[in-house]
Write a new protein. Sequence first.
Length: 241
Amino acid sequence: MIATKSCTLPLAIALATAVTFSMVTAKLYAHGDVTPQAVDTSGLPELGDEWLVENPWRDPHGEHWKRAVEVGSSAYNQNCARCHGLGAVSGGLAPDLRKLEANDYGDEWYLERYRNGYTQSGITRMPAFGELLGQEAAWAIRTYVETRPAEDAVEKHLDVLQGHRDTLSEHAKQEKAATENEAELASIKENLMEIAGKMKTASGAPKADSVASRAAAALDGSDAGVASAAEILTVGLSAAQ
Ligand code: HEC
């Protein structure tokens, strides 16, 4: 009897500890470790309470494509990256979202997970974001992930892009970067656009938003544009290595 009793108390403590511990971990996990980060969707139109069935910002020639990618980039990297990988390059913890087809089927599945999350055997593997972040953030993130360049797209052009980065960085150090190097900058811009055109998405979305397309767009004839293009390539290429 005594033996049983002396055994029961430590066991009870052990049990209580185990239960408390698992409750704490379950709670942390349920929230995905970090509180969802509010998304600044300024510059994008409001979409109303009714959930759309297809990405309204898919068309790269549309008025809101660029801003959607921008908003989505920040929203994704704050709320989704820790499971789905930085820049949407999955480390294996959760599916690679770059591959989700950029069409209405892909959108339906995307929204299903975004709005409801995913729970398995009572454990939240992915929190629900619909109520917290809303519809504008949903489609902005969708636009961002579907416009990521496919695997290897950047690597294939790494040498050329690094060359452009070095040249642009050199120019940016000069006082009149744009006017003094006009012809060379024009040919770099042209080549960047050519490379950007070759970069495909894995989702089938019509245009990849890449370091090449961003750097080309930054070269707008101004000195600040030269510095900004150099910066885009520096940051983007260091991430690709
Ligand atoms: C705490 C980790 C976690 C976070 C944070 C997270 N997810 Fe997930 N997500 C998962 C897991 C795990 C799955 C796989 C579930 C399954 O088997 O369908 C998944 C699946 C998905 C899918 C289905 C993909 C497919 O190919 O089937 C989509 C879409 C998705 N997540 C979008 C998002 C978006 C958008 C965000 C950020 C707003 C996000 N997730 C944040 C863990 C997470």
